[in-house]
Design a protein around this ligand. Structure first.
Ligand code: ATP
Ligand code: MG
Length: 403
């Protein structure tokens, strides 16, 4: 009797699972469909790769002009997609923002919203061939020339990376090689990018760089292996490597997430100190609003592959406009503000494959109005520097409209 009951339970469980798998609403696709998508993808990516791998690409294809001479980087309607076997992931879907000279731009948003893919698109290190920037321009001013990095040949990108743009990653051990001494690793960067430098000069500069990033016993650290250093020290070494060639732009992708709060404060202080010394700009990626508040001059808020709000740090923190930004602000603890419970934004980020064609935040938004059922909202300007993609700020909208 008992056995029969269990059998019935198993059968109904299997039936339920089968229904889930074959339900059109679920994300299941058959092997046949997947093969078809994969063939289609290969056609698209092969064509792009062929275009990129041409020899002697003429300069006029990738040399361009900045829209505003005060910017070091201009992202202009950038679309970076991943052509996967289950569909196209629109990781970055029409991103536009600038990084001005000598300023820090904070890019914030929840996990998976496309922050890292945006920065990887700038240095053209998106996982190829699946990942491709299929539309838009990313203009980078190296001082001598302005490159549209999307079209720039790999040979030139290699000199831009390291020389002009450097990247600091979250986990220093992904950058450092565990089997080489710290000194050798920093020197390698110096020698690679300065062909005339002698070994002695490289050593001298390495020691100076280690001191610049606040390592007191630089001579000893020079001879250490990465595992002999603490997390904070390793991140300092990575910053020293990033600075080895006086970059115009430092991309810091969650540089302090792996560190505890006091070391985090030291590293952030170090970054802003150094920015002043070498006169470069920083693109700081994080999901920590506290870090952004401390460091950034401008803030870009991303959601599901798009910029939903951007402005100066003061504008974003004092007058957040988009319901998502407001939600983010309410979900962080503030000294001196008493709350029963911190706010949490309901729901999840939509599936990046098959995004809806209305506002991506609509299904989680508590302030929806009639207009939100329409197309994805355009950008509305609130001040000279403050922009938001939300119908609540449509000047043509009649007041009092509700869902
Ligand atoms: N190689 C890849 N293949 C397929 N999809 C990818 C790949 N890399 C990233 N994605 C997808 O692109 C989207 C954006 O990813 P990204 O790494 O930029 O997020 P993020 O904002 O940096 O998140 P986090 O805060 O967790 O670092 C995600 O949906 C992710 O799944
Ligand atoms: Mg990331």
């Amino acid at each position: 009797m008992e056995k029969k009951k269990i059998n019935i339970k198993i059968l109904s469980f299997l039936k339920e699972k089968k229904e889930q798998i074959f339900n059109k609403e679920s994300n299941y696709i058959s092997a046949k469909e997947s093969a078809k998508i994969s063939r289609k993808n290969r056609k698209i990516t092969n064509q792009i790769e062929k275009q990129r791998k041409r020899r002697n690409i003429p300069e006029n294809e990738y040399i361009t002009q900045m829209k505003n001479a005060e910017n070091v980087v201009e992202f202009d309607n950038v679309h970076t997609y991943f052509f996967t076997d289950i569909g196209t992931v629109k990781a970055v879907d029409g991103v536009t923002f600038d990084v001005p000279y000598g300023k820090t731009v904070g890019v914030v948003g929840e996990s998976g919203c496309g922050k890292s893919v945006t920065s990887l698109s700038l240095i053209q290190l998106v996982q190829r061939p699946q990942g491709q920037t299929v539309e838009g321009e990313i203009r980078f001013n190296s001082g001598e020339k302005v490159y549209n990095v999307v079209k720039t040949p790999e040979r030139i990108m290699q000199t831009l990376r390291g020389n002009d743009i450097t990247m600091i990653f979250q986990e220093p051990m992904t950058t450092l090689n565990p089997v080489f001494r710290i000194g050798a690793q920093v020197e390698e960067v110096l020698l690679l990018h300065n062909k005339d430098m002698t070994k002695e000069q490289a050593k001298e500069k390495t020691i100076a760089l280690l001191e610049l990033v606040g390592i007191a016993n630089s001579e000893r650290v020079y001879r250490n292996f990465p595992h002999e250093l603490s997390g904070g020290m390793r991140q300092r070494v990575v910053i020293a490597m990033a600075l080895a060639c006086d970059p115009k732009l430092i991309i810091a992708d969650e540089p302090t997430t792996a560190l505890d709060v006091t070391i985090q404060a030291q590293i952030l202080g170090l970054l802003s100190d150094i920015k002043g010394k070498i006169n470069s700009s920083i693109m700081l990626i994080t999901h920590d609003l506290g870090v952004i508040a401390e460091m950034a001059d401008y803030v870009v808020v991303m959601y599901a592959g798009r910029v939903i709000e951007k402005g100066t740090a003061k504008e974003i923190f004092k007058n957040p406009a988009h319901p998502y930004t407001v939600g983010l602000m309410r979900s962080k603890p503030v000294v001196g503000r008493k709350v029963e419970r911190l706010y949490n934004i309901p729901g999840n980020v939509p599936n990046p494959i098959n995004m809806p064609n209305y506002c991506y935040f609509k299904d989680r938004c508590e302030k929806c109005i009639e207009a939100c059922n329409g197309d994805y909202p355009p950008e509305f300007q609130l001040s000279e520097t403050h922009f938001v993609s939300c119908y609540l700020y449509d000047p043509q909208l009649k007041e009092g409209e509700s869902k």
